[in-house]
Write a protein that binds this ligand. Structure first.
Ligand SMILES: Cc1cn([C@H]2C[C@H](O)[C@@H](COP(=O)(O)OP(=O)(O)OP(=O)(O)O)O2)c(=O)[nH]c1=O
Length: 210
């Protein structure tokens, strides 16, 4: 449970999910919140300086997504909302992998990931729609070990189409689950939204899941 709450938080009446990811939508649904949930897909700059650490990348991109949604909420009813943004990356021996741009890049990523361990970072930002002083950002790290795969198996997996909209070119929640030997850390963090971290962060805004 959260060990801090923002003071002067007026009752939050809505959760705004700043994401176009169907997985994130599903995971927020899993929380069974009594608040209405509004989903927005704001555009935000996803470029980052080369010297940023994985933690800085995911936390700042999550914050940018949430702040971009804030600009889309002009009317006063929507202003009493907590906005949630998230960003997920895969990191293999220091190399940051986002979503592949094409099949060749998916192949290159999966060839690197197979037979070894990598890290998955998801940053989460929860911000108040009206009060810019209320912003909370955090992240989770999960270590994932992928089984050894031959080239033919990598090609067959890419042919499913699953890799193309996912960081690191796999989806643990889909057929990509069969590629994963073990994980150390939060499973939902790999899928794109660490729900236990999110529930702690929502509590800071007076939104209690349980
Ligand atoms: C590693 C992994 C990633 N992913 C997904 C989670 C994220 O949706 C995606 C990483 O891209 P993100 O840029 O984090 O998110 P997104 O573009 O899909 O959605 P939005 O920015 O609108 O919120 O990869 C899985 O679904 N399963 C996995 O196993």
């Amino acid at each position: 449970m959260a060990d801090r709450r923002f003071t002067n938080t007026t009752a939050v009446r809505q959760l705004v999910l700043a994401s176009s990811s169907p997985r994130r939508r599903e995971l927020v649904g899993m929380l069974g919140l009594s608040l209405p949930v509004l989903v927005l897909s704001p555009d935000s700059d996803e470029s980052t300086p080369a010297d940023w650490s994985p933690v800085r990348i995911v936390e700042q991109l999550a914050l940018r997504k949430a702040r971009a949604a804030r600009t889309l909420l002009p009317n006063s009813a929507d202003r009493e909302s907590v906005i949630v943004g998230a960003d997920t990356i895969v990191v293999l021996r220091g190399e940051v992998m986002g979503k592949p741009v094409d099949v060749a890049e998916a192949h290159r990523m999966l060839s690197g990931l197979q037979g070894t361990e990598h890290e998955v970072y998801t940053g989460v930002a929860c911000i108040h729609a009206r009060d810019e002083s209320q912003e909370s950002v955090s992240h989770r790290l999960t270590r994932v070990t992928m089984k050894t795969l031959d080239d033919a198996a990598i090609h067959r997996y890419i042919a499913t189409g699953e890799p193309m909209d996912k960081a690191g070119s796999y989806g643990i929640q889909g057929r990509g689950g069969v590629l994963v030997e073990r994980i150390d850390g939060c499973y939902f963090n790999v899928v794109g939204l660490p729900v236990s971290l999110l529930s702690d962060m929502l509590a800071e805004f007076g939104v209690d899941v349980l």
